[in-house]
Design a protein around this ligand. Structure first.
Ligand SMILES: NC(=O)c1ccc[n+]([C@@H]2O[C@H](COP(=O)([O-])OP(=O)(O)OC[C@H]3O[C@@H](n4cnc5c(N)ncnc54)[C@H](OP(=O)(O)O)[C@@H]3O)[C@@H](O)[C@H]2O)c1
Length: 251
């Protein structure tokens, strides 16, 4: 087990000094490396009153930092419906670091949805960098046109669900995306894990119990999974533990 080190927004370990190896990281064969970031309560809930509002200031700083290291940030449409989603790097230091690593100034923002029926009034659609909405072939032309008019690029993979491996291969091939940060939510995470597409997990465990009836776990899947998380780094502070885990899949 790795040593647990103290962490806070202004603490002994500077959040922005962590996990720098992700920036400019290598692809996994024909698809990008996929890292997942989630925050959960001590009783395993990933939603609270329909939001993801579980973590502290330090957790949010860590999320912003992870975004600044990724080539693309990916979410499911359920997360966009519940929250605003603005994967924008704003600190000068982070932008300089991206430039030094020869990465684009901003990560590509991606939302997946079967039919492309996504809320177009979200700040996501006003971001200056490229935004992508990945849909299935079932998405009608009218929905695709609405998304395009809102300023996003529309791509389609798969008959009724987005074919996630095909999307990832396309991202590497067509947009040189080598590192994807997935920010959930739980149903997209379940699909990615079932397809063995998550390589590592950044998990914040908040030391609070919410016990909200009907709240989602951080993984929601229609089929049972056997996925192991191997701890690599661990920090503690602000009433939370922050872990970095390598993912292994049973045969
Ligand atoms: N604790 C955390 O760290 C965290 C992180 C993120 C979100 N959340 C919370 O989680 C809740 C939302 O949960 P959720 O499970 O509904 O979110 P989600 O996984 O982001 O969204 C599910 C939706 O994503 C789309 N989707 C997923 N896989 C797809 C595929 N292979 N092909 C096409 N579309 C696909 C579908 O959209 P369509 O219905 O449009 O087809 C599906 O209904 C919110 O309360 C949010 O705040 C928590």
């Amino acid at each position: 087990m790795p040593e647990v080190r103290p962490l806070s927004a202004e603490g002994a370990v500077d959040v922005t000094s962590l996990y720098i190896d992700l920036l400019g990281g290598e692809a996994e064969g024909d698809r990008p490396h996929v890292a997942l970031n989630m925050v959960v309560s001590a009783d395993g809930r990933a939603t609270l009153a329909g939001t993801a509002d579980i973590g502290s200031r330090t957790d949010r700083a860590l999320l912003r930092h992870l975004r600044s290291l990724a080539d693309a940030v990916l979410i499911g449409a359920g997360t966009l419906r519940a929250n605003d989603f603005t994967p924008r790097v704003s600190s000068r230091e982070a932008m300089d670091r991206r430039e030094l690593a020869a990465r684009p100034p901003q990560p590509l923002g991606i939302v997946v949805s079967r039919l492309g029926d996504v809320p177009l009034d979200r700040k996501f659609f006003a971001l200056p960098q490229e935004r992508l909405v990945a849909v299935s072939e079932r998405a009608g032309e009218a929905a695709r046109e609405r998304v395009r008019k809102a300023g996003a690029t529309v791509v389609a993979f798969g008959a009724s669900e987005v074919d996630l491996p095909a999307l990832l291969r396309w991202l590497l091939r067509e947009r040189d995306v080598r590192v994807v940060l997935c920010e959930g939510g739980p149903h997209l995470v379940g699909q990615l894990l079932r397809a063995r597409l998550i390589d590592e997990v950044f998990l914040t465990q908040a030391w609070r119990v919410t016990a909200e009836p009907g709240a989602l776990s951080w993984v929601e899947s229609e089929a049972a999974l056997d996925v192991r998380l191997e701890p690599r780094e661990s920090y503690e502070g602000d009433g939370e533990r922050y872990g970095r885990f390598r993912v292994t899949y049973s045969r």
